[in-house]
Ligand binder design. Structure first.
Ligand code: MSP
Length: 485
């Protein structure tokens, strides 16, 4: 089966922060899981590089805009690689190919676009106009960006979202466009009902850094129109037939940008005659001590520091298990250290060390495991349909925190079984029986380990340890106790 997974493309008016990791990790877990199940996965990541706030930030720093976005886009690319994300496509909205394709998309949407004068309130941080009601409710200040709304009066092009509202509503209600988690669905249906037509261009007098509107020298495309299109221009639309990969299996977005993906984006797709994505997976925010991370509060955590402290698997472990897939969750160094020491190093690292050591001492090797049919394909791989159907259900529904918790319960069960059966004592009485017991424990571990693979790249190393000709404990523990800080 061909599968397409996408991630939100971050603005490059700054360097990656901890929050950005969430889109990439969730998408990568989905991608790894789907590949394990035999899918051919296409997986897009990229950077969103147009718009006022990027233009302004570059000017503030005295940099040429293109040089500035080149520099920051590269930082995101490095960050994504450091997270072990196995993407297939990296798109930048300043790519010439993307710009040309977006212009073609605009032309194709022609019958749903009209020009009109506009007067209203705009938040540059959100890059969107707010309604008069929102303006009043928020007392004129954007709650997300803590900045007063700007009053704009300009002549813009509009996209007739109204042409598609009924269809979008029906598709969301019937789950043909599935919004996860469920509670976000009603939020969106309410917003949809109140959504006016969307302004999709800005006069060049107000915004220069963008894609030109075809056939109008005075106007530049609205950044969201340009950005959302990336999901299909990266596949070559409209020049290429994209039906192998479109509709996307899952599009991963944060809660702040779900509205664009669940209203404007479906309207654009319907206008183009394309099917809607199957699932929008919406995650919450990563907080620091219950508060939103922000530069002004001074509680922003550098993701590179977190990655370097205990390595990639610790990072991925914490973000999979302790940052809930769907709701806001806290990152604190204390919680991070606890999870590393008590769970990764103790439950998993020590188990691998201990069991490989017992195998090595008692002569359990690959030949013996094969004789006991432990390594036969199907014995520990993809037993999810039967023995571990619960895991499969979680993973198929993108409930990754529950998926890793289930896998961990199996790791804990192996630890308990070792404690209960005491193979070292059995070895003293009956070495052959101890070997049989150990081989069965290896089977249990490999099975649990298989379920950890979408989350932790180190699970592949663990598999190699137990499937080598001779089983040897790793020379240095998988999760050393000494800290770098
Ligand atoms: N450029 C737009 C997205 C365009 S997609 C066609 C944008 N960029 S962003 O840099 O502001 O955000 C990128 C992603 O990071 C979004 O999914 C957003 O929700 C996510 N996060 C930003 N801060 C976050 C946290 N503190 N926690 C979790 N994710 C958050 O929006």
């Amino acid at each position: 089966m061909k599968t397409y997974i996408t991630t939100a493309i971050p603005y490059v008016n700054g360097v990656p922060h901890l929050g950005h990791a969430e889109d990439y990790l969730l998408a990568d877990i989905a991608a790894r899981y789907m590949r394990m199940r035999g899918d051919e996965v296409r997986f897009q990541v990229g950077t969103d590089e147009h718009g006022n706030k990027i233009e302004k930030k570059a000017a503030e720093l005295g940099k040429e805009v293109k040089a500035y976005v080149d520099e920051n886009s590269e930082k995101f690319k490095e960050f994504i690689k450091k997270l072990g994300v196995e993407y297939t496509d990296f798109i930048r909205t300043t790519d010439k190919a993307h710009e040309e394709l977006v212009q073609k998309i605009w032309e194709k949407l022609g019958s749903h676009i009209y020009k009109s004068d506009y007067e209203g309130w705009y938040c540059e941080g959100c890059e969107r106009f707010v309604t008069d009601n929102e303006y009043k409710e928020n007392n004129g200040v954007c709650p997300d960006h803590q900045k007063p709304y700007e009053h704009l009066s300009e002549s813009n092009y509009y996209f007739k979202v109204s042409d598609f509202k009924e269809t979008i509503k029906a598709k969301i209600e019937s789950d043909e466009l599935k919004i996860l988690p469920e509670f976000r669905k009603n939020e969106i249906l309410k917003l949809l009902a109140d959504t006016p037509d969307v302004s999709i261009s800005r006069p060049k007098a107000h915004l220069k850094w963008g894609v030109d509107v075809p056939g109008d020298d005075e106007q530049v495309m609205y950044v969201w129109m340009d950005a959302l299109s990336n999901y299909i221009t990266v596949l070559g639309y409209p020049n290429k037939d994209i039906s192998d990969y479109w509709p996307a299996t899952v599009q991963v977005v944060g809660k702040d940008i779900l509205r664009f993906h669940a209203i404007l984006w479906p309207a654009m797709l319907l206008g183009l005659g394309l099917p809607l994505p199957k699932t929008l997976l919406c995650h919450g925010f990563i907080l620091a001590n219950g508060q939103k991370m922000s530069k002004s509060i001074g509680n922003v955590v550098d993701p590179i520091e977190v990655l370097e402290k205990h390595g990639l698997d610790a990072f991925r472990y914490y973000f999979s298990r302790h940052i809930d897939t769907f709701t806001d969750s806290d990152f604190t160094w204390d919680k991070y250290e606890d999870a590393y020491n008590n769970e990764l190093a103790n439950d998993y690292g020590n188990l691998v060390q201990r069991l490989s050591n017992l195998c090595s001492k008692n002569g359990v090797d690959k030949a013996f495991l094969e004789k006991r049919k432990i390594l036969e394909s199907g014995s520990f791989r993809n037993t999810w349909d039967s023995d571990d159907a619960e895991y499969k259900t979680y993973m198929d529904n993108f409930e990754f925190t529950k998926g890793i918790e289930y896998a961990w319960s199996k790791i804990s069960a192996v630890n308990k079984r070792i404690e209960d059966t005491k193979p070292w004592s059995v070895a003293k009485e009956n070495p052959e029986e101890a070997k049989v017991l150990l081989s069965s424990l290896v089977g249990d571990l490999l099975n649990a380990n298989e379920m950890l693979k979408p989350f932790l790249p180190i699970a592949n190393t663990v598999e190699v340890i137990f499937t080598s000709e001779k089983i040897e404990p790793p020379k240095t523990p998988l999760f050393p106790k000494e800290f770098k800080k």
